[in-house]
Design a protein around this ligand. Structure first.
Ligand SMILES: Nc1ncnc2c1ncn2[C@@H]1O[C@H](COP(=O)(O)OP(=O)(O)OP(=O)(O)O)[C@@H](O)[C@H]1O
Length: 843
């Protein structure tokens, strides 16, 4: 079969065999990238290109210069793409042109700037598993970040996968089968491309050897990998996969860091979404999220770092205080703060430029931006010297300077270099004498020839003397027969014609060798000089990565200080106990958005251990309950990431996890009902909460019958308050007014409500959280505000009155019930419910 193929098709087949089976191959043929067979169908339908057929073979293609447009579209559509380039100039090829797959682009191994989001990391992760243990390695090949951790708690693993926002995950066939069986990682499954690899790729010895070879070390102990065999398996597998896709060693991956997820406040994917930490709930992007308010970073690295801080607040007192000290000093010196932000704003994406330099895909402009970025570092250092906060001093010490490299680049690269090296004009005039001569030969060649012609005419007195060119002799001087007597002795005769003779001179020949091919030679020399410069720059990879890392931290701290300054935030106190006392707290997003006449109403929070462990918040619809409890969680996130917060004062006892049960986002895709989702989320909280956690509950049990819902809500509240494994800080917003009676039997439960004023049949929301319970929801008022027709509103009022009368009985009964009689309570609830139904039907 293979033998019947044309040589070109055989070459195509070989290339296809060398790439993953699910990747499409863009095969360079002259000025086009061509696709064949199923690949042609995928590409034509994704890019809406014409699908043709030649000898029954489906084909599709596009011009080579359209690659930059089409490649991002294919990758964005989730297609894995392999590119096979022509490895020699077809003009000089003997036989069929050599072609080779130069890269395979999958969502996790993107290097092209056009395909990357500057404000997010692009993580490729891998999972390795053995018994109950899991290891997760994450690699951002574009920035050079490479980390690994071992996690035994499946919940934490899901959280971490979500937090990383991984684009692609590599796992062994074996683990994939296991996950499918156990329905592992449900919430992350759809967002990630799962790539299955051979089980052997995760073999410990193979992975260890690969990593040792990559890092050129004899042991991985230096990276902290001792006794972490699973971590080594995951890390080896992911790096090997990435380098295989890149078709080269990723030299800028200089270290592997071992980290622990326990060093940060855990925010599971549900809380990440509910609290709208980095994007709004319904795919609305960053604007409107907490990050949207906090992000005043001026570099892409800083933007990514701050995003990371929001998703990974700290759990350690000293580390938080160190950040707060830095933010405080920066905030107190607004002039230096502004100057630092302006100076750092010049720095471009150093991490990714260094990545491209190492992979060989950096373009001339990357060098220019590298030089400009490195050029501002001395200024940044001087400005930072003003401060003595230990963290700022530490970061300043990590900011190495690179005068040699900046200078070399400034000398070598032209002021406005083209984007492509092949366009020429990249190297600055004066950098290489040889290059200057070649360029001059190419551009000035014609001028020199006419100068020689004029000079020789004057020297010999032969007016008709001409400098000419042909492909046999190159450049020559032609003198007519009549003037031969005046030809000087240094002319060397080459040819005699009927009416003229042709001569050459040593000077003319020297010039000829300079002019001919000078353009091509100039380009080759430019390429060589560029490569030399690249080699030189590669020597600074580690140093630049360190500096970029420190700059990212500085930029993130500047951003927090700027935000604190703009929105009048204050420094929170951080404590090791379980207090959470906030005075005059504001919701960061709403507070920043309400800049008009209507101002956000500040509220307090009092959770300080035994007597104040649970705040039960009742109050009308639309009063601000959800806003208030989310605000509490957001303020804790901000405080623990080292930010000042929108509050008059705050004392935050360290929180280990924040759990939220807010709203009811249906999960129709996974076939779960609203109530089921609510219960799964609640179960997750009850199973994982610890005494150091903060739990935010916005109504529980709304999705089922009133008494089932109330019973569940009641039992959950009791469990959170009483169970020795929980006893956590809780804010519980509810419309089940019966629950307020818990405050009478539970020492740590306190009632609060949201104040409203009534004017006739109108209500005014005061947005103030005040102590005490309420027994009114004003739901019908809100329904009226929403435009429900008057007859329906009137009828609802009548029904409400009846129901309230009927409900008095069960409420009294429930309040007096002991904890373990939920079943009986439920039964009673159903009986009451049916009484209500009978009355309704009678009305
Ligand atoms: N403290 C505040 N200051 C000013 N406006 C506020 C405040 N709190 C809430 N709001 C405004 O009130 C609106 C309704 O708030 P929220 O959704 O929190 O009410 P709710 O009591 O949870 O309502 P429901 O019980 O119907 O879910 C918010 O969208 C916000 O615009």
């Amino acid at each position: 079969m293979q033998d019947n193929l044309t040589p070109m098709m055989r070459q195509y087949r070989e290339a296809k065999d060398s790439i993953p089976p699910d990747a499409v191959l863009l095969f360079r043929m002259g000025d086009f990238y061509e696709e064949f067979f199923e690949d042609a169908e995928v590409v034509s339908s994704t890019l809406e290109l014409t699908l043709t057929k030649r000898q029954g073979v489906p084909m599709c293609g596009f011009p080579h210069h359209a690659l930059d447009t089409y490649l991002p579209r294919l990758v964005a559509a989730g297609v894995k793409v392999a590119v096979a380039e022509q490895m020699e100039d077809p003009k000089f090829a003997q036989g069929i042109v050599k072609r080779q797959v130069t890269r395979v682009i999958t969502p996790g191994t993107i290097m092209d700037n056009a395909l990357l989001n500057p404000s997010c990391n692009n993580f490729l992760v891998s999972l390795a598993a053995a018994k109950e243990k899991r290891a997760l390695a994450c690699l951002d090949i574009s920035t050079g970040e490479f980390r690994v951790t071992e996690i035994s708690d499946g919940h934490k693993l899901c959280t971490e996968l979500n937090r990383l926002g991984a684009r692609e995950c590599v796992i062994s066939h074996r683990l994939a089968a296991e996950l499918r069986e156990t329905d592992g990682f449900p919430e992350t499954r759809n967002k990630i491309l799962w790539t299955e690899l051979d089980n052997d790729d995760f073999d410990f010895s193979r992975a260890e050897e690969f990593l040792k070879e990559h890092f050129k070390v004899a042991t991985l102990d230096g990276f902290g990998c001792r006794n972490l065999p699973l971590a080594v398996s995951a890390a080896g597998a992911v790096l090997r996969y990435a380098t295989e896709n890149l078709r080269q060693d990723a030299k800028h991956i200089l270290k592997l860091e071992v980290y622990s997820v326990d060093h940060s406040l855990e925010l599971d994917s549900i809380s990440q979404r509910n609290l709208e930490l980095v994007e709004t709930m319904f795919g609305g992007g960053k604007s409107g999220s907490l990050l949207g308010v906090l992000d005043h970073t001026v570099t892409p690295m800083g933007g990514r770092r701050l995003r990371n801080w929001v998703l990974r607040p700290l759990c350690e007192h000293d580390a938080i205080v160190a950040r707060l000290d830095a933010v405080e000093q920066l905030k107190l010196d607004p002039l230096t703060l502004a100057e630092l932000r302006e100076t750092i704003g010049v720095v471009r994406d150093l991490e990714r430029i260094v990545g491209r330099l190492n992979i060989g895909s950096a373009n001339p402009r990357d060098f220019q931006t590298l030089a400009v970025s490195l050029g501002v570092l001395p200024g940044v250092k001087t400005l930072l010297e003003v401060f003595d906060a230990p963290l700022l001093e530490q970061l300043n010490n990590r900011l190495e300077l690179f005068p040699e490299l900046s200078e070399k680049i400034s000398q070598a690269i032209a002021d406005e270099p083209p984007a492509l090296l092949s366009d020429g004009g990249v190297i600055r005039p004066g950098y290489s004498q040889q290059l200057d001569e070649l360029r001059a030969a190419a551009t000035d060649g014609k001028g020199w020839l006419s100068q020689i012609q004029q000079r020789e005419q004057e020297r010999t007195g032969i007016k008709s003397l001409k400098v000419k060119f042909n492909s046999v002799f190159g450049y020559y001087i032609e003198v007519s027969k009549a003037n031969l007597a005046s030809v000087p002795e240094d002319y060397i005769r080459k040819q005699t014609l009927v009416n003229a003779e042709r001569f050459i001179t040593p000077e003319l020949k020297e010039l000829e060798s300079k002019i001919l091919g000078s353009e091509e030679k100039a380009r080759a020399l430019e390429y060589q000089l560029f490569q030399e410069l690249r080699e030189f720059a590669l020597g600074f990879t580690g140093g630049i990565q360190n500096a970029a890392n420190a700059l990212a931290d500085v930029d993130a701290l500047l951003s927090l200080a700027e935000c604190a300054r703009l929105h009048h935030y204050n420094r929170p106190g951080i404590f090791e106990d379980d207090r959470l006392i906030i005075k005059g707290g504001r919701h960061p997003v709403l507070d920043a958005a309400m800049t008009g006449s209507e101002k956000f109403v500040p509220n307090d929070c009092l959770l300080d251990g035994d007597r104040n462990r649970m705040m039960l918040i009742t109050g009308p619809n639309m009063a601000g309950k959800s806003t208030y409890i989310r605000q509490t969680a957001l303020l804790v996130v901000m405080a623990q990431m080292g930010s000042f917060i929108p509050a008059d004062s705050a004392e935050v006892g360290l929180v280990d996890r924040i759990f939220t049960r807010v709203g009811a986002a249906d999960d129709l895709a996974r076939g779960q009902s609203t109530f089921m989702v609510e219960m799964v989320e609640t179960a997750n909280i009850l199973n994982h909460v610890t005494p150091k956690s903060l739990v935010i509950l916005d109504e529980i049990g709304r999705g089922t019958s009133t008494f089932d819902g109330l019973s569940i809500a009641w039992a959950v509240a009791e469990f959170l308050h009483d169970d020795p494994g929980c006893r956590c800080r809780t804010q519980f917003a509810t419309h089940y007014h019966e629950l307020t009676e818990l405050a009478q039997t539970r020492r740590g439960v306190n009632n609060y409500n949201v104040a409203v004023k009534e004017y006739g049949d109108q209500i005014i929301f005061l947005r103030q959280i005040i102590p005490g319970a309420t027994d009114r929801s004003y739901g019908i008022h809100v329904a009226k505000l929403a435009g429900i027709p008057t007859p329906v509103i009137e009828r609802a009022n009548v029904i409400l009155e009846l129901l309230e009368k009927a409900a008095d009985a069960p409420r009294d009964a429930i309040a007096s019930l002991p904890r373990n009689t939920v079943k009986a309570r439920r039964k009673k609830g159903r009986e009451d419910e049916s009484d209500d139904m009978i009355q309704l039907r009678l009305l």
